[in-house]
Design a protein around this ligand. Sequence first.
Ligand code: SAM
Length: 428
Amino acid sequence: MKNTGNILSINKLSKKKMCHIKGRKTRNPLHPEVQARLKQLEKLLEKQENTCWEIGDVCIELMDKYYLSLRQIGKATNYTKARISHFHLTCRTFPKDTREGFTFQDSLAARQIYLCMSRLNMSVLEIRDRISTLKDRSTRSARAYFVKILMDREINQSIAHSAKVGIQGGNIINHCHHADWRTIIPQLPDNSVKLFIADPPFGGYQKDKNGSYNSFASSTNGMRDDCDFGTTETSLEVTLPLFKLCLPKLAKNGVLLLFQAGARPDNPSILLEAKKQGWECRYALTWLKGHIVVGDHHNPYRVCTEKILVFIKKGDRVRRHEKGTPSSDILDFRTETMNATRKMDTGKMGYGDYHQFQKPETLMDFLTKTHTYPGDLIVEPFGCSGSGVVSAIKHSRKWVYIESNQNNYAWGSGRIHTLLSQFSVQAG
Ligand SMILES: C[S@@+](CC[C@H](N)C(=O)[O-])C[C@H]1O[C@@H](n2cnc3c(N)ncnc32)[C@H](O)[C@@H]1O
């Protein structure tokens, strides 16, 4: 870029003359020197590919030395104000001595990420360094990369917090209990639980000769399927007392989510008992477990759903808690069992290394965020693989895990302790 002599003298011009240069208040044409710069800019914009830095620098000169506005530059070059500002702001962010070895595109992406992700606590230079090492350096992928860093960091902080509370906590909260839930829940403080996630055995699974439950669906072959209680009567036996025992423990605007079999009418005994104990079933949600699959000649309707009944204390309200989670009554969260079966079939996972009852973490994350705030207490009376508690820990909620079956307890509590133990050193 040329000279400074002229520019300095132009800077010293009187206000009236400046108006003349800008052509704003008078109809006089722009100063020839400004016109020349704009022409130069137009040419650079035509080439653009390798001239982004230059474009930005000329824009800065036009703005700082000749007092042109972005709008004026845009108008003169047929470019939008927003596009022009990409050039000049990136050049301002990265002065000439910081540009060597970096592309304009990486610098542009770094500036945008720096502005919208202040929680990263990284300098714009550090962000650009990282972008330049990525394989796919499109702004979109770079953004996804930094969002992941943020999310991992927040999850780790949250787990560390839970680990700390778990170590300091009493005997009930933030603990895994190998017990019948009916012995643990009465020990909780009154009005303390914001969310009960109750996923009892539904009954109706077929027991084989050895006493374990079989699923003949090919999607769940090879899964672990232990479960205490199972036939319809005994499932009701562990489900119905929920309403009496959980009500005094429920916090204001708290919710009891009761999973039930899909494609079946609601069990009248459950609804009657809930009503008798002072609950109201506010919603019957449908959890769509994956792709819709069709049945066959013998079984014309394949069931791809489970129900989630949302119970609240009569007269209370269901409130959406953390932002960003409004939904319809159909919750579309793919079950992980199909994926696990595929892995077992290809030897990437051992047979029995996954539990048939395991709920996807995405569904649990959704329910956690919808019904609780950080610090609230979530209780999973039928803990099994512990997906609800894993989600609670990840999102800084307090938790209680209860499971009566020995194998399932070992499975679920192991998963929870593995998660917590990664952080217990820092947390302690
Ligand atoms: C359908 S599974 C729950 C699955 C769980 N939501 C998950 O994501 O893994 C039901 C679990 O409740 C357990 N269970 C049955 N009766 C129980 C009781 N009275 N107290 C505690 N757990 C019980 C069973 O052993 C079984 O593991």
